[in-house]
Design a protein around this ligand. Structure first.
Ligand code: FE2
Ligand code: FE2
Length: 195
């Protein structure tokens, strides 16, 4: 049971959590890369939409916070002596979502905000599942605390969307994109990765 009302159409099937648990080292490497990509995504809003004042403040804070998460995961990785690949692997779930973004500056801006909100919501949902399933007390605590900090991230993007677009535009497109997100989530075979 999730403590907050997420904009997700479908819950992650409960068996998902067994995949990261089975290959937790690989999960950590992917998780570090997800945090770095989340920081880069916030940075990309800062450069693509530098003319939009309501974007700057929250995206600077988010980029810093996601980079801090990357740092924390990287420390766990370093402590375990794991080898880090110099390349980020393509994320099939995100690639599927990107393919459905509309063209046109305003349409794409709204879709990027909604896609980011949904990716954040999914990440939060899965960190929480993982925190519940982990047995190692240190890691369990880390993921519980991380989930708490990720919980509000999806709202940051929705707030920006509601600032620049009407309630109807946001609601209609969130409905469309959340259907696409759940479809992409269910179509992506489970692995040790976050998505
Ligand atoms: Fe994060
Ligand atoms: Fe996040």
């Amino acid at each position: 049971m999730l403590p907050i009302d997420l904009p997700l159409k479908e819950k992650t099937p409960p068996e998902w959590v067994q995949f990261p648990l089975k290959d937790f080292h690989n999960f950590l490497l992917d998780h570090a890369s997800c945090e770095r990509k989340a920081a880069a995504l916030a940075m990309s809003f800062l450069s693509k939409y530098a003319d939009k004042k309501a974007v700057i403040e929250p995206m600077v804070c988010l980029a810093r916070e996601e980079l801090e998460h990357f740092h924390e995961v990287w420390r766990i990785i370093a402590k375990k002596g794991l080898e880090v690949s110099p390349y980020d692997e393509k994320d099939p779930y995100v690639t599927k979502l990107m393919a459905d973004l509309r063209h046109g500056r305003d349409e794409r801006f709204l879709d990027r905000l909604l896609m980011s909100a949904l990716i954040e919501a999914r990440g939060y949902e899965r960190f929480l599942l993982l925190a519940e399933a982990l047995e190692d007390p240190e890691l369990k605590d880390f993921y519980r605390h991380l989930a708490e900090r990720e919980a509000g991230h999806y709202m940051i993007f929705l707030r920006i969307a509601r600032y620049y677009f009407t309630e109807t535009e946001v609601a209609e497109n969130l409905e469309r994109m959340s259907q696409l997100e759940s479809k992409a989530m269910l179509e992506t075979p489970f692995s040790s990765r976050l998505h």
